[in-house]
Design a protein around this ligand. Structure first.
Ligand code: MSP
Length: 653
C-alpha cells in the first residue's frame, strides 16, 4: 500500500474553543500515536492538524465580546496549540483556515468548480443549525431539533451557490463498494451507503450571504464560501495545493488516512470525495470514523457542564497516563464512557502495578543480586524459549493492530508481555535462587538468566509503548541502562530477542507511575468538577430566556378568588372602574382599567382573580388594594373569571 513510503495522516481541524475537553483530545492523540508509529517504522510522515475558524457562530461570539472575529480566534487558537503541546502531539503542520495560503487555495478551487459547471447559483431554503453549521431536512430532525446537538433549527432562505453533489452519487457508490477499506469501520461504510448515498444526494449549498466571516467568493462578493468546502480543502491546501510550491502536495497526496469522529464521517466520505472527483484528484486511501467518548451517557459539552479538562488531568497524572487511558479504554471505533474511576483504575492497574512494578522490581533485583550489572554468564531454559516466542508474536500483533488503527488491541497485546514477565517473576522466584548464588554456580547462572530475560523483555516493551507514551520509554531506558543506545531501542529492535548487552548497569529511578489513592483522588476530582460546573453555570443561565422564574418566585404572588360586591365609574377617567370585592369575609377596594370593556352592571356578582399581596397604589387619588387579572390582545380585554362553584376567598395556586 505505502508505495512511496510516505504516510499522510490528518485529524479534523477543530473549531476554536477555549474549552477543549478530553473528547477533543481523542482524535488527535490517536492520530499522533499512528504518526509516531509510522515515523519509528521509518516512514516519511506528514501529520496535519489545525483549526476551522470561519462561520456565523464565531462571528456571533466575537460580536458578543466586542472584538473582530480574527482577534477572537487568534486568542483561542493559542489554547488549542497549548493543549497539543501538553499532550505531546507531534504534528508536522498546523493549518488555520484563516491562513492566507488556505484562503487563496479555497478561492481557486471554488472558481474552478464554478467555471467547469460543478458549482451553480440558485436559492436555498432549509432548516439550519447555527452551532453545527449544518442544513437539515425535516426528516433528519430529531424531535424537531438538530440531530447532532439537539438545539433548535432556523428556517433559512437565501441566494446560494450549489455544488452538484448529486452528479457524483453513482461514482461515489461505485467507488465505496469497490474499495472496501475506504470507509472504516465497516459499519460506517454501510451507514453511508444505506442512509445517504442510496436514498439519493441533493446538491450542496456551498456559499452564504447572511454573514461575512468566511472566505469571499472572488467573483461574487456578496457570498462567502460555506463551511465544508472551506474546511475540507485544508487537507490539500496545507500541502500547497493550488500554490506556486506544491511539492508537498505531490509528495504526500493522497492521504493514507483522515481520522475523524463518527459525526463527520458523512462529510469526509461523500462531500470530500465528490469535491476531489470534481477536481480530478485522487481520493484519500481511508477515512476512519472513531466513536465518541461519553460522559454520563452523553457527548461531552461545555453547556452540560460536564467537561473534563485534559490540561488538569495531564498536570495531575502526566500526559502519558492520559494518552494511555484514551487509547486503551474504549475499542477504537466504538463509543465509550469516560469516568474518573475508570481513569484511576487504569493508571493503578495497568501502569503503576503492571508496568511500573515490573520495571522497579527488576531493577531492584538486579541491583541487589548482581550490583546492578548484568552478568555475561547465564543459563536459559524452555521457559525462556516460550517467552521469546510470545514476544515475537506480540511484536507482530502490535504492528498488525497499529497498521489497522486498532490502538486498544495493540496495547492489549503489549500488556500480554508485561503480564507474562510479572508471572515469570513468580514462576522463577529469583529471591529463592538468590539464597544460593554464593554457593551454587548453577543457581547463580540461572538467576542471571532470569534477570536477563526480564531486562530484555522490558527493553522490548519500552520500544513498543513509544508511539502511545512518548515520555515513558526514556525513563525506562535510564533505569535499565539503555539511555542514548538508540541502536538498541529503535522500533525494529523490538522484533529481535537478545540485544540487551551483558555488562549493562541498571540504575534505580523514581516510580514510573505513582499509585493513586482512589478515595482521596475521587474526592479531589469531584470537588474540582463541581467548581468547574459552578464556573460554567452563570453562562448557562444566560442562555435561558430572561423571563423564566422559579417556583419560589411564583409562590411569592398570592392570589384569591374575589367576588364583585359593587362597581362604579371613576370620575374623569374613562378607562377606570372602582370595585368593592368580597374575599370571603374581608372587603377590598380595587381600581381597574376595564371600563371600556365592562360596565359597572356587568361586574356585579362576577368572580375574578385578585392579586392580594400587591403593594397598594393610588389611581386618580383612589386607593387600589390589589389587582384583578385580565387577558388582553390589542384592544381586546377579557377578565380572568372562575369556572365552577368555589367561594370567594379561595386561594389560587
Ligand atoms: N471543524 C469540524 C471538522 C472539520 S474537518 C474538515 C469539527 N470540529 S470539532 O472541533 O467539533 O471536532 C473535532 C474532532 O473532535 C472531531 O473528530 C470530533 O469527533 C472530535 N470530538 C469532539 N468531541 C468528542 C468526544 N466527546 N469524543 C470523541 N471525539 C470527539 O467537527
Amino acid at each position: 500500500m505505502d508505495k512511496k513510503n510516505t504516510y499522510y495522516i490528518t485529524t479534523p481541524i477543530y473549531y476554536p474553543s477555549g474549552n477543549m475537553h478530553i473528547g477533543h483530545s481523542y482524535t488527535t492523540v490517536a492520530a499522533d500515536t499512528e504518526a509516531r508509529y509510522r515515523r519509528l517504522k521509518g516512514q516519511d510522515v506528514m501529520f496535519l492538524t489545525g483549526t476551522d475558524e470561519h462561520g456565523q457562530k464565531i462571528q456571533r461570539k466575537a460580536q458578543e465580546k466586542g472584538v473582530t472575529p480574527k482577534a477572537y480566534v487568534d486568542e483561542i487558537v493559542a489554547n488549542t496549540k497549548e493543549l497539543w503541546k501538553i499532550l505531546d502531539i507531534s504534528n508536522d503542520k498546523f493549518i488555520r483556515t484563516t491562513d492566507d495560503f488556505h484562503v487563496k487555495a479555497v478561492q481557486k478551487i471554488f472558481k474552478q468548480l464554478y467555471d467547469q459547471g460543478d458549482i451553480y447559483k440558485s436559492e436555498y431554503e432549509g432548516l439550519y443549525c447555527t452551532p453545527c453549521e449544518s442544513f437539515w431536512t425535516e426528516t433528519q430532525l430529531v424531535d424537531g431539533k438538530c440531530p447532532d446537538c439537539g438545539r433548535p433549527v432556523e428556517k433559512t432562505k437565501e441566494e446560494s451557490y450549489f455544488f452538484r453533489l448529486s452528479k457524483y452519487q453513482d461514482r461515489l457508490i461505485e467507488y465505496i463498494e469497490s474499495h472496501p477499506d475506504f470507509i472504516q469501520p465497516t459499519s460506517r461504510k454501510n451507514e453511508m451507503l444505506n442512509n445517504f448515498l442510496r436514498p439519493g444526494l441533493s446538491d450542496l449549498c456551498v456559499s452564504r450571504t447572511t454573514f461575512d466571516w468566511g472566505i469571499p467568493v472572488t467573483f461574487d462578493d456578496k457570498h462567502v464560501v460555506y463551511v465544508w468546502v472551506d474546511a475540507l480543502s485544508n487537507y490539500i491546501s496545507a500541502l500547497g495545493y493550488g500554490s506556486e510550491d506544491d511539492s508537498y502536495f505531490k509528495k504526500y497526496w493522497p492521504a493514507q488516512v483522515h481520522l475523524v469522529g463518527k459525526e463527520i464521517v458523512r462529510f469526509h466520505t461523500i462531500i470530500w470525495p465528490a469535491i476531489l472527483m470534481a477536481l480530478d484528484l485522487p481520493l484519500p486511501e481511508q477515512v476512519y470514523g472513531h466513536g465518541w467518548l461519553l460522559i454520563d451517557g452523553g457527548k461531552m459539552s461545555k453547556s452540560k457542564g460536564n467537561v473534563v479538562d485534559p490540561r488538569v488531568l495531564c498536570a495531575k497524572y502526566g500526559s502519558d497516563a492520559i494518552r494511555y487511558f484514551l487509547l486503551r479504554e474504549v475499542p477504537f471505533g466504538a463509543d465509550g464512557s469516560f469516568t474518573n474511576e475508570a481513569l484511576i483504575n487504569r493508571i493503578n492497574a495497568d501502569l503503576a502495578n503492571d508496568l511500573g512494578n515490573l520495571v522497579s522490581r527488576s531493577v531492584s533485583m538486579q541491583l541487589k543480586y548482581f550490583g546492578g550489572v548484568q552478568p555475561a554468564d547465564y543459563t536459559v531454559t524452555d521457559l525462556e524459549a516460550e517467552i521469546h516466542d510470545l514476544f515475537k508474536e506480540i511484536f507482530t500483533k502490535a504492528e498488525e493492530n497499529l497498521n489497522a488503527l486498532q490502538f486498544p488491541t495493540a496495547l492489549t497485546e503489549i500488556w500480554k508481555g508485561v503480564s507474562r514477565l510479572n508471572k515469570y517473576i513468580d514462576e522463577t522466584a529469583p529471591w529463592v535462587l538468590a539464597k544460593e548464588i554464593e554457593t551454587n554456580e548453577e543457581s547463580r547462572k540461572r538467576l542471571a538468566g532470569v534477570m536477563y530475560t526480564l531486562l530484555e523483555g522490558i527493553r522490548i516493551i519500552s520500544i513498543l509503548i513509544e508511539p502511545f507514551m512518548p515520555r515513558t520509554p526514556e525513563k525506562i531506558w535510564a533505569q535499565i541502562g539503555l539511555s542514548g543506545k538508540s541502536d538498541l531501542t529503535a522500533w525494529e529492535q523490538a522484533n529481535v530477542w537478545g540485544l540487551y548487552p551483558v555488562g549493562t548497569t541498571v540504575e534505580k529511578g523514581e516510580a514510573l507511575f505513582p499509585r493513586i489513592d482512589m478515595k482521596t483522588e475521587m474526592e479531589a476530582l469531584e470537588k474540582l468538577e463541581a467548581e468547574m460546573k459552578k464556573a460554567a453555570a452563570p453562562k448557562e443561565e444566560a442562555q435561558e430566556p430572561d423571563n423564566l422564574i422559579t417556583i419560589e418566585d411564583f409562590a411569592k404572588v398570592q392570589m384569591k378568588v374575589a367576588q364583585v360586591l359593587a362597581a362604579e365609574k371613576v370620575e374623569g377617567a374613562d378607562k377606570l372602574l372602582k370595585l368593592q370585592l368580597d374575599l370571603g369575609g374581608e372587603t377590598r377596594q380595587v381600581v381597574s382599567g376595564i371600563a371600556k370593556q365592562y360596565s359597572p352592571e356587568d361586574m356585579i356578582g362576577k368572580k375574578v382573580v385578585l392579586i392580594t399581596n400587591l403593594k397598594p397604589a393610588k389611581l386618580r387619588g383612589i386607593e387600589s388594594q390589589g389587582m384583578i387579572l385580565a387577558a388582553t390582545k390589542g384592544k381586546k380585554l377579557t377578565l380572568v373569571t372562575i369556572d365552577g362553584d368555589i367561594p370567594a376567598g379561595a386561594e389560587i395556586s
